[in-house]
Design a protein around this ligand. Structure first.
Ligand code: SAH
Ligand code: DHB
Ligand code: MG
Length: 229
């Protein structure tokens, strides 16, 4: 449902703000050539992820849903040299393409792509001492958003940022009657967030090359007994 004006405005800002470069362009081109779906974040959204990581001073980042590593590259560029990003991907082909893209971007020293269902990888990460993460980006299968959010809370600390992609889905989020499991996953997630005293959250509605969608952005406050912001 992308609209011509949204696209023109996105291109205008992407050009002025220089939201592409050879490594990002190559990541998109090789993902397309490998037949991956064209569902990575838009350039301005990738830059938002990077800015949030920089503002937080993130040195540990967790991503759930790698695809071709486009959002991974944006976020990993915010890491210090000794920083680390772990990205979880169920599809071995996606992971293979992502690893090549990440290597080409010069980030393979700090990024690890783990193949398998995220719900299998997350308990292992918890047991390894890789946490706490300073930033978690949730962008995989939407029906598991409630589980991913619960894990994100376990794997972060007060001051961490949690971001969830695709919470608007062209407005389908308000279609309560539909049984679409992705929409139900987002709706259950939003109910959890609303009931969760340990996070302070907002949602940004977005338009552009990815159509009409939105990002949930949360700060882990750790205020577990009612101190809402
Ligand atoms: N974050 C990427 C886009 C991710 S698209 C970007 O913006 O560049 C969603 C990805 O989640 C797909 O690659 C899909 O294969 C993956 N995925 C779907 N179900 C998953 C699961 N159970 N565990 C891990 N990854 C999953
Ligand atoms: C779609 C878009 C996404 O950003 C995503 O993570 C998954 C699916 C989509 O448009 O189908
Ligand atoms: Mg997404």
């Amino acid at each position: 449902m992308a609209n011509d004006v949204w696209n023109a405005v996105e291109d205008y800002f992407s050009d002025r703000l220089i939201l592409s470069d050879p490594a990002l362009d190559a990541a998109l081109a090789s993902s397309a050539a490998a037949g991956l779906p064209d569902i990575q974040v838009a350039p301005n959204q990738g830059k938002l992820l990077q800015l949030l990581a920089l503002i937080r001073g993130a040195s540990r980042i967790l991503e759930i849903g790698t695809l071709g590593g486009y959002s991974t590259i944006w976020m990993a560029r915010a890491l210090p040299e000794d920083g680390r990003l772990i990205s979880l991907e169920v599809d071995p082909t996606h992971a293979h393409v992502a690893r090549a893209n990440i290597k080409r971007a010069g980030l393979d020293d700090r990024v690890e792509v783990r193949v398998g269902p995220a719900l299998d990888s997350l308990p292992k990460i918890a047991n390894e001492g890789a946490a706490p993460f300073d930033l978690v980006f949730i962008d995989a299968d939407k029906q598991h958003n409630p589980d991913y959010f619960a894990w994100a809370l376990k794997l972060t600390r007060p001051g961490s940022i949690i971001i969830v992609d695709n919470v608007v889905r062209g407005g389908r989020i308000v279609d309560e009657t539909g049984g679409n499991p992705d929409v139900q996953g987002v709706r259950r997630l939003m109910e959890m967030i609303g009931d969760e005293p340990r996070v302070s959250a907002t949602v940004l509605q977005t338009v552009g090359s990815k159509g009409y969608d939105g990002l949930a952005i949360m700060l882990v406050t750790g205020a577990a007994n009612g101190d809402r912001h």
